[in-house]
Design a protein around this ligand. Sequence first.
Ligand SMILES: NC(=O)c1ccc[n+]([C@@H]2O[C@H](COP(=O)([O-])OP(=O)(O)OC[C@H]3O[C@@H](n4cnc5c(N)ncnc54)[C@H](OP(=O)(O)O)[C@@H]3O)[C@@H](O)[C@H]2O)c1
Length: 284
Amino acid sequence: MSSLPALAITGSTGQLGGAVARILADAGVAQRLLVRDHSRAPQLPGAEAVLVNYSDTTFTQEALAGAKTLFFVSAAEAEDRLQQHFNVVDAAAAAGVEHMVYTSFFGAAPDATFTLGRDHYATEEHIRNSGMAYTFLRDNFYIDFFAALAGEDGVIRGPAGSGTVAAVTRADVAEVAAVVLQNPSQHRNRTYSLTGPEELTLGEVAEILSAETGQQVRYHNETVDEAYESRASYSAPPWQLDAWVSTYTAIANGELSGTTTDVFDITGHRPRSLREFLQDEGQN
Ligand SMILES: NC(=O)c1ccc[n+]([C@@H]2O[C@H](COP(=O)([O-])OP(=O)(O)OC[C@H]3O[C@@H](n4cnc5c(N)ncnc54)[C@H](OP(=O)(O)O)[C@@H]3O)[C@@H](O)[C@H]2O)c1
């Protein structure tokens, strides 16, 4: 039997998983950090790092021996990301993990406009069919990401039209995850849609960025053809270009609209707004 902590966390070398691991460590919770490079694992009280490889199901299963709860942060964008996700789910089920908490995407569906939302739905389905209990955290776009959206010329470009987005901070998602992970049975087989406190058009995002950062930011509503053309210089593969452009068309189609009370209901506090996020950043 493994003597490693029964709570396993992925993504702790990254922003979201790192924030979750820090909250858990501060709360005195023992955790097993699944990392792909020991030297980059955060040094936290009660945390033990174990190597993992999403491409190797047997290796990942060994890393999860004795784990009961797994926080699975979706992998970095890659052409084979869905297969990597399936490998981790299969490894967790084979290792005897009882409950998986997965960071999915707002409105995940087989026909989601945001192409990666389809992969999140397929991952959810794979988890549902695995027999493990689950909690899905369907995160809207990160406010942190919108704060860095404008190009060097201060222009946010994309075919989002006048659609709105109810973006949420990573910090709020991390707090939700930490609450769920400390008491998973209370959140068994639940799906939460995590949003900020308001829905904004990208024009409104640009206005808030301008007011709070002092940099003049404006929104340019590209056509879909313009969106592909303006991103062509990155020489990205077609699946990645589709993901980038559909970030905006999903907003245009209203699929990122609508606030929920899930962050409040789980953490007991109102989610942070874009303006509050930028003001906090300005103080740090
Ligand atoms: N809702 C949104 O707006 C939004 C925006 C961006 C991303 N996302 C999703 O949310 C996830 C977390 O966001 P974040 O900001 O915390 O990202 P991040 O800072 O890039 O962290 C990603 C974490 O996942 C780990 N990881 C990624 N691919 C892996 C793999 N194949 N095998 C093992 N570990 C892997 C990384 O490990 P390494 O340090 O070893 O790379 C890192 O610890 C992202 O991975 C992405 O799927 C959502």
